[in-house]
Ligand binder design. Structure first.
Ligand SMILES: [Zn+2]
Ligand SMILES: [Zn+2]
Length: 89
């Protein structure tokens, strides 16, 4: 068993994308759940009808993630990737 230990214990880093802490050694391509796009407030594109506006809804009632159409700001991410720390570029 050959393990290279650079520091006594691993530093917890903060992911600038999902705002969760993580350690580098457990960071893998499915660690970070996030939305690649912003939460927007506008009409959906014609092709994307995630939100059906009701008769009394103003147009801006449609708020959703531009990437996947999730209408809950707390909706878990639609994409997974590595965490990105503030140290990384
Ligand atoms: Zn999304
Ligand atoms: Zn993350």
């Amino acid at each position: 068993m050959e393990e290279k230990v650079e520091k006594g214990k691993e530093e917890e880093k903060l992911c600038k994308r999902c705002k969760q802490t993580f350690i580098s050694s457990s960071n893998n391509s499915s660690s970070c759940r996030f939305h690649p796009s912003f939460f927007v407030s506008r009409r959906h594109d014609d092709q994307k009808r995630y939100y059906e506006l009701g008769p009394d809804d103003p147009p801006y009632a449609a708020k959703f993630y531009d990437c996947c159409g999730a209408e809950d700001p707390e909706a878990s991410g639609c994409t997974t990737s590595f965490h990105v720390s503030y140290d990384d570029d």
